[in-house]
Design a protein around this ligand. Structure first.
Ligand SMILES: Cc1ncc(COP(=O)(O)O)c(C=O)c1O
Length: 469
């Protein structure tokens, strides 16, 4: 009779050969990474081959990628090596995905461990202890200042996390079938989320599947009037469709919309009014999670007591929908073959460990201090080139400026010029269009910010006149 409690899987994980293999891989990684120590131009000898790869990628996926970006598969902190031999300072990190930057050794070890699980994808009928660990970890984080979010449903995309949030809201408030959302919001690319997203071109040709009533966002320069305006609009929608709204959908710092942070005062006024009509409060934190003074933006703004359903994604490597125990669906509403890859779960756990231990959070934590520093630098640049750089905007590790006349064409051209010069950024919003940065919170230093500002300044100085023609 076998009386030992040691599992065969544990024997594999602790096998000295596995431990030694990881040590060797780690040493090889660090040696290879030492060559990645700053921005570099593409290698001439790889130019043709790279162009061919990009063309094939464009053919295969049915359209060119936004940047001519194909990674070599290696990076170091915020630097990433591309397959053309160039090294970029990546301050957009896959639109907020690489929270620890590129090829972080801690991430590599975690992902190797996950490759020893017997499955690539976990899901509906095959969950491993790591799924439990990450779910409980996210719940604990969410509850740490008192939010009553008892459940955490994992999923593979922000859009799907939002779909699940919407389902939970409608299911619990049936027959209400409308949603309230803020002007300029973005919620993802499924058909329902394209409907919720306030961009007509993202739903061109798609059927109308969701009734959304929009409220004007906060205008920080005229905040009292903008609060009044939003509350008036809310009252009008509620009176026009009594009992028909299931959810008030909020992004606390609008992401794709252009990096507009809202205030606690603004949100709590809307929330309190919505709650009078029993409307559920859904907060989409797919972009904000991990980037402000607390893990969740609702904690940053002290809205813990109000939130009913919250979604996260991007930096967490997997996505999730958190919700109150009282909203647990009655019936088989939520299920998925794949909830997350084993490697994504390992990466999520490591990301949470590292951002916690790097002192990212707190009113004077790394996120807010780096933000102030970056803001100051952008402000100085704006003072020097007032008709070329406006801002800064955003909050925490979500920071943006408006280039020149604020046209989309202009912003896109500047983003590409920055890419060529070695700095990766991306556009956000329209009227005005902005250029945004999502630097990796755990590993971005003041020196990296200085390097980004210096590239930005040289591009603005050298090329701005040509770009705006
Ligand atoms: C606020 C917000 N919600 C939802 C999404 C959609 O996430 P995904 O692209 O993972 O589906 C995004 C993506 O940019 C986002 O910024």
């Amino acid at each position: 009779m076998d009386t030992t409690s040691t599992l065969a899987a544990e024997r594999l994980r602790t096998d000295p050969r596995v431990i030694q293999a990881k040590e060797l891989l780690l040493a090889a990684l660090q040696e290879a990474q030492s060559a990645i120590d700053g921005v570099k131009a593409p290698k001439e000898c790889l130019r043709e081959q790279y162009a061919d790869l990009l063309q094939r990628l464009s053919n295969a996926r049915g359209g060119a990628t936004y940047f001519p970006y194909l990674s070599s598969g290696l990076g170091r902190g915020p630097w990433v090596e591309l397959a053309d031999g160039s090294v970029k300072l990546d301050f957009i990190s896959g639109i907020g995905v690489h929270g620890l930057g590129h090829s972080d050794p801690r991430m590599m070890v975690a992902v190797i461990d996950s490759s020893l699980e017997d499955t690539v994808m976990q899901g509906n009928l095959q969950q491993h202890p790591a799924s439990l660990e990450i779910s409980e970890r996210i719940i604990r984080l969410a509850q740490s200042n008192g939010a009553a979010l008892e459940h955490c449903l994992l999923t593979t995309s922000g859009a799907m996390a939002n779909e699940n949030a919407l389902k939970i809201a409608f299911h619990n408030r049936a027959p209400a079938d409308r949603v309230l959302a803020l002007d300029n919001c973005f919620a993802g690319r499924s058909i329902a989320m394209a409907q919720l997203t306030d961009r007509p071109q993202y739903r061109s040709g798609l059927p109308t599947v969701l009734a959304v009533d929009y409220l004007p966002s906060e205008d920080v320069e005229h905040s009292a009037e903008s609060h009044q305006r939003a509350l008036r609009a809310l009252d009008i929608h509620l009176a026009r469709h009594p009992g028909k709204h299931a959810a008030l959908w909020l992004e606390l710092v609008s992401g794709e919309g252009g990096y507009y942070p809202g205030s606690a005062d603004f949100f709590s006024k809307l929330i309190r009014r919505a709650k009078l009509d029993n409307i559920l409060i859904v907060v989409d934190e797919v972009q904000t999670f991990g980037r402000l003074s607390c893990p969740f933006a609702f904690q940053h703004l002290g809205l813990d007591n109000y939130v009913d359903i919250v979604t996260i994604g991007k930096i967490t490597q997997l996505c999730a929908t958190l919700y109150r125990g009282s909203l647990r669906p009655k019936g088989p509403l939520l299920s998925q073959t794949f909830t997350a890859a084993s490697s994504a779960i390992a990466a999520a756990l490591t990301t949470l460990d590292v951002i916690d231990h790097s002192d990212c959070f707190g009113p004077r934590g790394q996120n807010m201090q780096r933000f102030e520093y970056f803001q100051d630098k952008l402000r100085t640049l704006s003072g020097k080139y007032p008709d070329k750089v406006n801002g800064p905007y955003g909050e925490g590790m979500m920071i943006a400026f408006t280039p020149g006349d604020g046209s989309s064409d202009h912003a896109n051209r500047l983003v590409h010029a920055l890419f060529d010069a070695g700095l990766m950024s991306f556009v956000a919003g329209a009227n005005p269009a902005r250029i945004r940065f999502l630097p990796p919170p755990a590993v971005t230093t003041y020196e990296h910010i200085d390097e980004a500002i210096s590239i930005l300044e040289s591009v603005v100085e050298r090329e701005f006149g040509n770009l705006s023609k």
